[in-house]
Design a protein around this ligand. Structure first.
Ligand SMILES: [Zn+2]
Ligand SMILES: [Zn+2]
Ligand SMILES: [Zn+2]
Length: 496
């Protein structure tokens, strides 16, 4: 199955042409994305907003061979009646074209290409509803309900497509989370080759019926649980706009989920295994990138040269295989209070189906409302499917086998162990045991800790002892970690 991403942008594109925000400024300089559409085997086009025909032209692609056009829904960035009008002015005006979409999409097109009383000429309109299965020229197309735009465009559809060579594609654009239950049921066990899924909102949720980075992770975790996304599935984020972070941060965040970011014009060919790398800013539009997807062993660095061929650009090499976080793999995340270190730790595991969250704080004291509120806020932020364990006894967990472990945090673990008075010059036994278990673990494990000691010297002896002990713990655990990150003002910086 050969796919050409004619566009990977949101309705307004990235950059939004009117906008002066930092994200648009970066995109203007590094990576322009126009409205999302994909061409399958050069003859099945999914979505066609007004940007799409000209994007095809820029990539050297002729739409003359397109035999089938699928509209996901009637929003203007997906359904452009003008594009069909332009076709009637071309040399292929009389060739048959199947136009498939929700009734609202077809209704929007009819006045441009046919008399109001019916279809004429070469266009064959096929109204599609959730649950419909359509066979066209060797393609099997299943329409599924999206969670999007109901009030304005009628039902929006996702498409589950089997190509003539057996390649399987899920086109999930546009939708919010969660996917409707009937859609999830229909997707169970599909083990798609490629999933194109929208991620419109980045770190700024709440715009339209769209996914943001957090809900993208939720949906992906659900698709993994259902077997719709399997080890070999290539998940690609599309419908990207300026609510996403600028720079390489988006590629980094997607790589943590086992998902990819590709420039407009990218070709994905599952039959030849010609799969592009995870280019953040690089990649040459209109060419087939082929640096080969890096495996976890070769993928440790946050930046490298762009496999797509453009020199000097950076590209994030994901640290995770599509199967899940690598094991064993130890990540330490440090930062000051409210720096965003816990959120960074959580988002690293958010797209994986099973996670054990270890709260080292222990039970909330009955008279501490502030503490209870903090714990509750943390809890609501975590995905509902995670298991939570409240304990400060970490070595047995590190030595056991099981799903990825998120330990939040070592600072509170220290509080529980501060009573251990070591002989002068020696480490507390609890710390020695923790570091040994951390070194020996077979699990993927992420621990959060506080960066202390940069401020004033604590006034009390206990405060000084705590600060010193925390510094020693951080250094000892960091020394035994595969990755170490420092979060400042919500921005993670890699130390190792
Ligand atoms: Zn859209
Ligand atoms: Zn902007
Ligand atoms: Zn839409």
């Amino acid at each position: 199955m050969r796919l050409r991403l004619l566009g990977t942008g949101s309705a307004d594109g990235w950059p939004n042409p009117w906008c002066g925000c930092a994200s648009c400024g970066w995109a203007r300089e590094h990576q322009v994305r126009t409205q999302t559409a994909v061409l399958v085997e050069d003859r099945l086009l999914i979505d066609c907003g007004p940007d799409v025909p000209r994007a095809a032209t820029r990539f050297g692609v002729r739409l003359a061979d397109v035999r089938h056009l699928l509209f996901s829904h009637a929003h203007g960035d997906h359904t452009s009646p003008e594009a069909l009008l332009w076709r009637t002015w071309s040399t292929v005006a009389t060739r048959p074209l199947d136009v498939v979409g929700p009734p609202a999409s077809l209704d929007a097109c009819r006045p441009f290409v046919a008399p109001p009383d019916g279809d004429t000429g070469a266009l064959r309109f096929h109204p599609a509803h959730a649950g419909d299965v359509l066979s066209l020229d060797g393609f099997v197309i299943r329409a599924l309900a999206a969670n999007h735009g109901a009030a304005f465009v009628g039902p929006a559809l996702l498409y589950d497509i089997t190509a003539p060579d057996g390649g399987r594609l899920l086109y999930a654009c546009d939708t919010a989370a969660p996917l409707p239950p009937a859609t999830l049921d229909a997707l169970a066990g599909r083990a798609f080759d490629v999933v194109l899924m929208e991620e419109n909102n980045g770190d700024r949720p709440g715009f339209g019926d769209h996914l943001d980075l957090a809900t993208f992770a939720d949906v992906l975790a659900e698709l993994r649980r259902r077997g719709a996304v399997a080890e070999a599935t290539r998940v690609v984020a599309v419908h990207l706009g300026h609510r996403n972070p600028p720079g390489d941060e988006l590629a980094r965040r997607l790589a943590l989920m086992g998902a990819h970011l590709h420039p407009d014009g990218t070709v994905i060919d599952t039959a030849t295994g010609n799969l592009p790398g995870n280019a953040a800013a690089g990649g040459v539009p209109g060419t087939t990138a082929s640096d080969g997807a890096p495996g976890p062993a070769a993928a440790a660095g946050p930046a490298g040269t762009d496999g797509g061929g453009r020199p000097g650009r950076t590209v994030f090499r994901g640290t995770h295989s599509p199967a899940g976080p690598p094991r064993p793999y130890r990540v330490l995340i440090t930062g000051g209070a409210r720096s965003g270190k816990s959120a960074e730790a959580e988002r690293r595991l958010a797209a994986w189906p099973e996670v054990l969250y270890v709260a080292t704080a222990g039970p909330v004291p009955p008279d501490d409302a502030d503490w209870a509120a903090r714990v509750a806020a943390h809890r609501t932020r975590r995905p509902a499917h995670w298991t939570t364990l409240e304990t400060a006894d970490l070595p047995p967990l590190l030595r056991a086998d099981g799903p990825p472990l998120l330990i939040d945090c070592l600072t509170l673990w220290l509080t529980a162990h501060l009573g251990e008075e070591p002989p002068a010059g020696e480490w507390p036994a609890g710390l020695r045991e923790l570091v040994a278990a951390w070194r020996d673990t077979r699990r993927h494990v992420i621990a959060v800790t506080n960066e202390a000691g940069s401020g004033i010297v604590p006034a009390t002896a206990l405060g000084r002892r705590f600060r010193d002990a925390l510094g020693r713990i951080n250094a000892a655990v960091a020394a035994e970690s595969d990755e170490v990150w420092h979060v400042v003002a919500g921005i993670p910086t890699r130390l190792r």
